[in-house]
Design a protein around this ligand. Structure first.
Ligand SMILES: [Zn+2]
Ligand SMILES: [Zn+2]
Length: 283
């Protein structure tokens, strides 16, 4: 089982990506939560181009990939789990949960540090919130997160198969929780006890800073609840809330590919990060 997951990693990843993308996109057509403000063709062309670019970049820079690195850590005896005698299923589940915690903490860090926020704000600058927003990250943020992931893998000694399962799961849940989906409210309430739902993550894409600085989780909902960053709903409601970043609303910069790639390099460095606001009306 483990061997075949590792051997077919690329096919599994691509299959899940395309499958979940198609499913969520279809569900968005059937039950959309909000009306989109920009043409889907224009946004999707850029958002999917970024996915393609990032995948190629990661292949070139990290041919070993995270799972390969976990295999190396295993062979060299690096990290906690490679130096303990625990049942495999305990190591597997603990690894997946701790990798998720690491991604949550990394996400908070990308909001807190002004230079990192510059990179991450490309994700937030999308004027609409749909399945492709979930895969839209600046290439430099992708490279930095790979390095963080390598460090976490080396420290924890996570098995390669746990890394693959975690990455596929994260990719799928990120697309789901960015979906422009109208889930029945009762279902949303039950689901969000365990996982991050679209209504929960949409709060994080609000232009309002107290809302942006909440719901940092991408997968398990527990981290926001446990660490005090959980916010139930947006003040304005899901249909009326403004999505994106307050000062960057020009489609040329936030919707078109070249503008999106340039976005980290424009504006002042202290423009926005946790606890720093520059727009008028702040007190
Ligand atoms: Zn964010
Ligand atoms: Zn997001």
């Amino acid at each position: 089982m483990q061997q075949s997951i590792l051997q077919h990693e690329l096919v599994i990843r691509l299959g899940f990506f395309l499958g979940v993308l198609a499913l969520v996109a279809l569900a968005e057509q059937i039950a959309p939560r909000r009306a989109l403000s920009i043409s889907r063709l224009r946004r999707w062309t850029s958002n999917l181009a970024i996915v393609f670019l990032n995948s190629a970049l990661v292949r070139v820079l990290f041919p070993m990939a995270a799972a390969g690195f976990a295999g190396l850590a295993g062979a060299r005896g690096w990290g906690l789990f490679n130096n303990t005698v625990l049942p495999f299923w305990v190591v597997f589940f603990t690894s997946v949960v701790l990798l998720d915690l690491a991604i949550y903490l990394q996400h908070v860090m990308f909001h807190a540090v002004p230079a990192l926020w510059r990179l991450h704000r490309m994700h937030h600058a999308d004027l609409d919130f749909d399945v492709t927003t979930g895969a839209r990250f600046h290439p430099i943020e992708i490279v930095l997160s790979m390095l963080v992931k390598f460090a976490v893998i080396a420290a924890l000694g996570t098995p390669a198969v746990a890394v693959v399962v975690f990455e596929v799961l994260l990719n799928a849940t990120a697309m789901f929780n960015h979906g422009n989906l109208r889930l029945p409210l009762a279902l949303d309430r039950v689901l969000r006890i365990f996982v991050v739902t679209p209504d929960m993550h949409r709060v994080h894409h609000s232009v309002e800073d107290h809302e942006t600085n909440s719901n940092f989780g991408f997968n398990l909902a527990i981290w926001d609840r446990l660490l005090g960053t959980y916010r139930d709903q947006p003040d304005e409601g899901h249909e009326r809330m403004l999505i994106g970043i307050r000062d960057y609303r020009e489609p040329k910069f936030v919707t078109d590919l070249l503008g999106m790639l340039a976005l980290p390099f424009i504006g002042r460095v202290t423009g926005y990060a946790i606890n720093r606001r520059t727009w008028k009306g702040d007190t």
